[in-house]
Design a protein around this ligand. Structure first.
Ligand code: GLN
Length: 230
């Protein structure tokens, strides 16, 4: 230790149109992911620099060494584990169907025949839509960010979209979107913080230690409560 002059700075990839996890207010990044990674950095004594991008670009940017860390409401999946290492899980989520508020016709995947399903590139929603497209006979329309995908259902171009239920609940409550979730939740998963696979054990250990510290101190619960109403 020599007075902190060797403090590392990590580039952190974020998906900035993903409230309540990450979004911008008055030019500042805010949200659950932003507060968590800032608190982890503080506890583990490293610096961070945010790098906002479309979700679909985040894992490629880790692979291209343009990012050190990604925190983006990213679900831990076996496919992704082939290229990234995940931290301990920090949030439970999963996919729901989302339709226009006045749509009473769609309540399950069986109702999607001939419909258009809007998804966001690179997400678990996009993967789920592709995996089930042939069976249920819908067409997939892909968008680069969540607001564009929401818009597509709001304006009636697509009948339904797939989104993580905590995210859509927040979007409906906060932005007054005329949308609602339909039917049962389709999947359950957990969010993790990602680093490039195999080369980042040190930072991954720090992230997990920081997460644990936040859980023990109660700061983790405070951060969640700030953004998510009970
Ligand atoms: N949780 C979803 C996924 O990992 C969506 C993430 C996002 O859109 N930022 O694919």
């Amino acid at each position: 230790e020599d007075g902190g002059s060797d403090t590392k700075t990590y580039k952190v990839g974020i998906d900035t149109t993903y409230p309540p996890f990450e979004f911008e207010v008055d030019g500042e990044y805010t949200g659950i992911d932003i507060d968590l990674i800032k608190a982890i950095a503080k506890s583990q004594d490293f610096e961070i620099e945010f790098s906002p991008m479309d979700f679909g670009g985040i894992i490629p940017a880790l692979q291209a060494d343009q990012l050190d860390i990604a925190i983006a409401g990213m679900s831990i999946t076996d496919d992704r584990k082939k290229v990234v290492d995940f931290s301990d899980p920090y949030f439970e989520a999963g996919l729901s169907l989302v339709v226009a508020a006045d749509n009473s016709e769609i309540t399950s995947l069986e109702d999607l025949e001939g419909k258009t399903v809007a998804v966001k590139s690179g997400t678990t929603g996009a993967q789920f839509a592709r995996d089930n497209e042939a069976e249920y006979g819908y067409t997939v329309a892909q968008f680069e960010d969540s607001p564009s995908m929401f818009q597509e259902v709001s304006n009636g171009n697509a009948a339904v979209l797939l989104e993580d239920y905590p995210v859509i609940a927040y979007a409906i409550a906060e932005s007054g979107l005329d949308l609602k979730t339909a039917g049962e939740r389709l999947t359950g998963d957990e969010y993790g913080i990602a680093v490039l696979k195999g080369e980042n054990d040190e930072v991954l250990k720090q992230i997990n230690a920081g997460l644990q510290e936040l859980r023990d101190s109660g700061e983790y619960d405070e951060i969640l409560a700030k953004y998510i109403a009970e």
